[in-house]
Design a protein around this ligand. Structure first.
Ligand code: SF4
Length: 228
């Protein structure tokens, strides 16, 4: 499979935020989100077999890190190779997270893998890319995430959650302010496209059963850094 990078860091998003995690970042994406911070994954990378990827994960896990996130790009573009890799990692005792847009079918993802599905909102530029049949593949431990850049995106997310009764299907629904695309320097909430305070107020007003998600890695390290 085509791999952009494999590294260990802290999990910056999802309900696993703050935990040590090994990231396997696959190359290529079929979407072009306006606020994407992973454009360097669109091309390049290097070919690695699933065995080589797992060996590198095992090496990085030597300090007892058993959490792995498969991400990209869009990892499910390489379904044929990535599904056996996830199966093998689960079999080796890792807790495996899959970060995906939900545009590709998710029915082959092993049940033990926690899917973190990033449903694209209108101002991502990839609106309507989510494959609704994937809702049937959700397990209670899976997570649905919406990255928001304005009130229209918020209302889309809120209505999507209500229409599909998502809080009955998954434990965590995460609303996350999009970060300025080329932000650098010291990360601050001023670089979020929606003020988290304003988003919090909307969530409370609407009584939305969702969690506010802040990308903590953008605050720990320079937001322009890769591989952290
Ligand atoms: S799906 Fe992810 S990697 Fe692909 S363009 Fe959107 S944010 Fe970037």
């Amino acid at each position: 499979m085509q791999i952009t990078e494999i590294y260990k860091s802290l999990q910056g998003e999802s309900s696993y935020t703050g935990l040590p995690c090994i990231f396997v970042r696959l190359t290529a994406c079929n979407l072009r989100c306006s606020w994407c911070d992973s454009e360097y994954t669109f091309t390049g990378g290097k070919k690695m077999t699933a065995e080589h990827v797992e060996a590198e994960v095992q090496r990085l896990s030597a300090a007892n890190c058993k959490l792995v996130e498969i991400t990209g790009g869009e990892p499910m573009l390489q379904e044929r190779e990535v599904v056996p890799l996830m199966q093998s990692l689960v079999g080796s005792g890792f807790e495996v997270l899959l970060e995906t847009s939900g545009e590709r079918p998710l029915d082959k993802v092993p049940a033990e893998v926690v899917k973190i599905v990033d449903v694209k909102c209108p101002h991502s530029g990839a609106a309507n890319s989510f494959r609704e049949s994937n809702l049937k593949t959700l397990h209670p431990r899976d997570e649905i995430k919406f990255v928001l850049s304005d009130r229209t995106d918020y209302e889309f997310a809120r209505d999507f959650v209500r229409r599909h009764d998502l809080s009955k299907q998954v434990a965590n629904i995460i609303l996350s302010p999009a970060f300025q695309k080329d932000a650098s320097g010291r990360g601050s909430t001023a670089q979020c496209l929606i003020d988290p305070k304003e988003l919090t107020q909307w969530m409370l007003e609407d009584g939305l059963q969702a969690r506010l998600g802040i990308q903590i890695h953008k605050f720990i390290w320079d937001p322009s850094l890769k591989g952290v």
